[in-house]
Design a protein around this ligand. Structure first.
Ligand code: HEM
Length: 377
């Protein structure tokens, strides 16, 4: 499999330059600032759950996936736009509308996206509006003191690329900025929300793991809110997230285009073909993971991915190669903040109304939601 993956590169010309969002070299103050913002975003949802539990005096029935989607949009808007967050939220609302119109679109019919159909006209209108909304925030930003948020990182990258002549032909710094903002929203919103939903579903189904992770969180945080160092030490929680991403990889396909003719065993693949790598098959293949492949066993990751499966590249929730997910550190931190805060305050089980219904849309999501019975610990 390693030989198969490496000659291929990412298809998708719109992602011309890479910008890592929170990584091992992120300054600790920026990282801590983001963690504080994420914790802050959680307040409204946690309060709402507490109120609902109080009203029923015990177990509240909560459809958690909907709340997590709202939460994740809030987190990504704040992280991206900082104090321009309220304009950011409006931009993301328009991006969501754009995503909806685009998903109705003309997939597979060459050239049809240029026809002035009703759908295309709506797409063009939204794109124009989003473009100028983002640039208005950027303009306001350049007149104010610079902040450390993702937008600032994008602005600095755009400036460096322009100064070093690294922007591809025809790409202006403005377009670079707008496209990166769009990328962050599309790539980082549903993916994290749906991962948190599947994690909660699995922890509800496996109460012994729920108890283990809760006890880890309480040992590490005590009565304090989680900070960046504490999140780093939550090893059991990391195993649970990895196992969830193995069983329910939000991004189901890895797509690569062949740059030259290649032979995969006896299959000849000409240059310029898109290859879709189906992650649920690779991540649940008994030859790779063993006969317990379909079971939820976070301990399989206890000694790292290399020990968990025969060829470690088959575990690819965040992709593989030079264009892996630029937000994977951000996503792991966000998931840990969300799950550690929920676990420290609530215990939960699956509601009898829960219907297991994974469905492939843009991400692998629970079609009929994740409905839990939630009570205070
Ligand atoms: C659990 C959550 C997430 C999952 C499973 C996920 C998964 C992925 C995958 C599979 C790719 C394509 C990689 C490839 O083709 O090899 C990707 C790309 C990307 N992701 Fe994520 N992602 C997540 C969260 C996020 C977040 C929170 C952000 C932003 C804050 C983000 C930003 C990006 C960007 C910018 C790219 C494009 C990278 C490039 O082309 O160089 N992702 N993600």
């Amino acid at each position: 499999m390693a030989q198969v993956l490496f000659p291929l590169v990412l298809h998708g010309g719109f992602r011309y330059l890479r910008l890592d969002l929170l990584g091992p070299v992120t300054p600790p103050t920026l990282l801590q600032g983001m963690v504080n913002q994420m914790v802050d975003s959680m307040t409204a949802m946690l309060k709402n759950w507490e109120n609902r539990i109080e009203i029923v005096g015990g177990n509240a029935e909560i459809r958690v996936d909907e709340d997590l989607r709202i939460l994740s949009a809030d987190i990504i808007s704040k992280a991206c736009f900082g104090s321009n967050y309220s304009q950011g939220e409006k931009i993301f609302l328009q991006l969501r509308a754009l995503q909806k119109v685009m998903s109705k679109g003309n997939i597979g019919v060459p050239g049809s996206r240029y026809l002035p159909s009703k759908n295309n006209r709506e797409i063009w209108r939204l794109e124009k509006e989003i473009y100028s909304m983002i640039l208005n925030v950027v303009k306001a930003r350049s007149e104010a003191k610079s902040e450390k948020d993702l937008l600032q990182m994008i602005l600095e990258a755009a400036k460096n690329c322009r100064d070093n002549g690294d922007l591809p032909p025809g790409i202006t710094p403005d377009k670079f900025i707008v496209d990166n903002c769009k990328n962050i929203y599309f790539a980082g919103h549903e993916t994290t929300a749906v991962s948190a939903s599947w994690c909660l579903m699995l922890l509800a189904a496996y109460p012994e793991w729920q108890a283990r992770v809760r006890s880890e969180v309480l040992d590490i945080c005590g009565k304090n809110l989680p900070d960046a160092d504490m999140l780093q030490s939550m090893k059991t929680l990391t195993l649970v997230i990895q196992e969830t991403l193995r069983l329910y990889p939000p991004v189901a396909f890895g797509v690569r285009e062949t740059l030259e003719d290649i032979n995969l065993k006896d299959i000849h693949i000409p240059k310029g073909i898109n290859i879709q790598i189906l992650k649920p098959i690779l991540q649940q293949h008994p030859d790779m993971w063993g006969p317990d492949v379909h079971q939820f066993k976070p301990e399989r990751f206890a000694h790292g991915t290399i020990a968990a499966c025969k060829i470690s590249q088959v575990f690819m929730p965040f992709g593989v190669g030079p264009r892996t997910c630029a937000g994977q550190h951000f996503a792991m931190i966000e998931l840990k903040v969300i799950l550690s805060l929920i676990l420290s305050k609530f215990s939960f089980s699956l509601s009898p109304k829960y219907r297991h219904s994974p469905v492939f849309r843009l991400v692998i999501e629970p079609e009929q939601g994740v409905i839990l019975h939630v009570k205070r610990v």
